[in-house]
Design a protein around this ligand. Structure first.
Ligand code: DAH
Length: 435
C-alpha cells in the first residue's frame, strides 16, 4: 500500500537520473496535450486562464469542497480529530491554551512557487511533472502536499502549527490509490531560549560543513535537541493512535526541504509500514520566510493510510462513499472496525404510527422487532420524526427502515411484503396504530 507515500518528494537517485536524461520540455510534459487558448477556469471563486499546462478535469475539480475530512462522523475526520486532540492535550501554554494552531481551510489551489520553490524542490525535480500533478495552468496547481503552505504560515509569524487538508496527485485508481487524499503536516520552531532555556553557552548556529546528521549552519547540539523533540512528539502521537504496545523504527531518507530526514515505520501485524516523513527544516527555508533566527522540525502524514489500518477499511474509495451503510458505522471519537457493506443498492421505506396511549413504548422494542421480522436484509432503522399532536397530545413516530441484500438487488415488491409484515407485527405486539 503505497498510495500516500512521501516517495514523490524523495529524491532517490533513479528518478533524478531519469529526469536528468530528459529534456526540460519532457520533464514538464509539454507536447502531451495541445495548449488551449484563453479558456478561463473558475476554481473556488477565482478565475485562472488555461494554458498548455492545464490538466485538471471537471471530475477532479468536483472533489474540491467535498471536505470529507471535516465531515462529522467520517473516519478521516475521526482520525483528524484524534491527531489534533493529541497536540491540544500535550502541548499547552499559559492557562492550558493550545500552543499549536490548526489550519484546516487553506485553499488547495497553490502556486508552483508554494508547492515547490518555497521548499527548495529543484526546477527539474520529477515531482513537478505534468504527468504527476493537476495543473490549473503553468503557475498554479492543486497542491500535491500540505507542505505547500509551510513557508506562508511561517512568514505570517507562526512558530507551531498543523496544516490539514486534501491533496491531489495523478495516480492510478485502485484499492489503495486515489487522486485525492488527505494529509496532516506540522511545524515546530524553536528560538535559542526555547531550545536551551537559561543556558546561554549553547548556540543554535555554527559555521561548519553539512554532515550526514547536521546542516552546515546548525550547531550539533541544537540539531540533536530538535531531533529528540521531533521523535518524541511522533512516538507519542503513534502511541496515541495505535496504542502503547507498538513497535517502531526510524529509517533515514531524503526530502529536499529537511535535513536530516526520517521516515517512521511501525510494525503492523508483522509488516513494517511507513506512516510518515519528517525532518529538520532546511535553514534556507526559514531564512527566506523571515524566521532565520530559529530552528525547527516538520512532518507530514497521510490520513487515509492511518484510517485504513485503524478502522480496517479495505479500499480507499470507500472514503468517498455517500452510502449511509458506510457512513452510519462511524462515530466521533470512536475507532471501530468496519463491517463490509453490500455492493447492491439500498431500498428505504418509512413507517409511521401512533404510539400506544397507556403502555410504555421504547424505540428499542421496535428496533428488535424489525431485526427479528426483517432479518439480515435490514441494514438500518432510524427514528426520523417524533411528533406530538398539538390538540390530542397523541404521540407519533416515523421510522426509516433501510433494506439491502448482500448478494443481489432487492425488488420494491419484495421489500413491501416485509415492510407490511413489520407493520402488522408492530401493531399486534406493541399496540401501535399504523398511520
Ligand atoms: N510533503 C511530504 C510528502 O507529501 C511529506 C513530508 C515529509 C512533510 C517531511 C514534511 C516533512 O513536512 O518534513 O511526501
Amino acid at each position: 500500500m503505497k498510495y500516500n507515500t512521501c516517495r514523490r518528494f524523495v529524491s532517490c537517485h533513479s528518478i533524478l537520473k531519469s529526469a536528468a536524461n530528459k529534456t526540460e520540455a519532457q520533464v514538464k510534459g509539454i507536447g502531451c496535450q495541445e495548449s488551449k487558448t484563453s479558456s478561463v477556469l473558475e476554481v473556488r471563486g477565482k478565475k485562472y486562464v488555461e494554458d498548455g499546462w492545464t490538466n485538471v478535469t471537471p471530475r477532479i475539480l468536483s472533489y474540491l469542497g467535498r471536505n470529507i475530512y471535516l465531515q462529522k462522523n467520517h473516519p478521516l475526520s475521526i482520525i483528524r480529530q484524534k491527531i489534533v486532540g493529541y497536540f491540544y492535550g500535550n502541548y499547552q501554554g499559559h492557562r492550558a491554551a493550545p500552543i499549536f494552531s490548526v489550519h484546516e481551510d487553506l485553499n488547495p489551489v497553490v502556486s508552483t512557487s508554494q508547492n515547490f520553490d518555497s521548499l527548495l524542490i529543484g526546477k527539474d525535480h520529477p515531482s513537478r511533472q505534468k504527468s504527476d500533478c493537476y495543473y490549473v495552468n503553468e503557475e498554479n496547481l492543486l497542491r500535491a502536499h500540505m507542505t505547500a503552505h509551510q513557508a506562508d504560515l511561517i512568514k505570517s509569524g507562526l512558530d507551531r502549527f498543523l496544516m490539514i487538508g486534501d491533496v491531489y496527485r495523478r495516480d492510478q485508481v485502485d484499492a489503495s490509490h486515489f487522486p485525492v487524499f488527505h494529509q496532516v503536516d506540522a511545524v515546530r520552531l524553536f528560538s535559542q531560549s526555547e531550545l536551551f532555556g537559561e543556558n546561554k553557552g549553547l548556540k543554535l548556529f555554527d559555521k561548519g560543513k553539512r554532515t550526514h546528521d547536521c546542516q552546515e549552519s546548525h550547531c550539533e547540539e541544537a540539531a540533536k535537541r530538535v531531533e529528540m523533540d521531533l521523535k518524541s512528539c511522533l512516538m507519542g502521537l503513534s502511541q496515541h493512535l495505535f496504542g502503547l504496545g507498538i513497535t517502531h523504527r526510524w529509517t533515514e531518507t531524503y526530502f529536499p526541504f529537511t535535513h536530516p530526514s526520517w521516515e517512521l515505520e511501525i510494525d503492523f501485524k508483522g509488516e513494517w509500514l511507513e506512516v510518515l516523513g519528517c525532518g529538520i527544516i532546511e535553514q534556507n527555508i526559514l531564512k527566506e520566510a523571515g524566521a532565520g533566527d530559529r530552528v525547527g522540525w516538520a512532518f507530514g502524514l497521510g490520513l487515509e493510510r492511518l484510517a485504513m489500518l485503524l478502522f480496517d477499511i479495505p479500499d480507499i474509495r470507500l472514503f468517498w462513499s455517500k452510502d449511509s451503510g458506510f457512513l452510519s458505522q462511524f462515530k466521533e471519537g470512536e475507532i471501530t472496525k468496519y463491517k463490509p457493506i453490500s455492493v447492491y443498492p439500498q431500498c428505504a421505506n418509512d413507517l409511521s404510527f401512533w404510539l400506544p396511549k397507556d403502555v410504555m413504548f421504547s424505540p428499542n422494542d421496535f428496533y428488535d422487532l424489525v431485526r427479528i421480522t426483517g432479518g439480515d436484509i435490514v441494514e438500518q432503522v432510524t427514528l426520523v420524526d417524533d411528533f406530538t399532536h398539538p390538540k390530542t397530545g397523541r404521540k407519533s413516530h416515523c421510522y426509516r427502515i433501510v433494506y439491502r441484500h448482500m448478494e443481489r438487488t432487492l425488488t420494491q415488491e419484495e421489500v413491501n411484503v416485509i415492510h407490511s409484515k413489520i407493520a402488522e407485527v408492530a401493531k399486534a405486539t406493541l399496540g401501535v396504530v399504523i398511520r
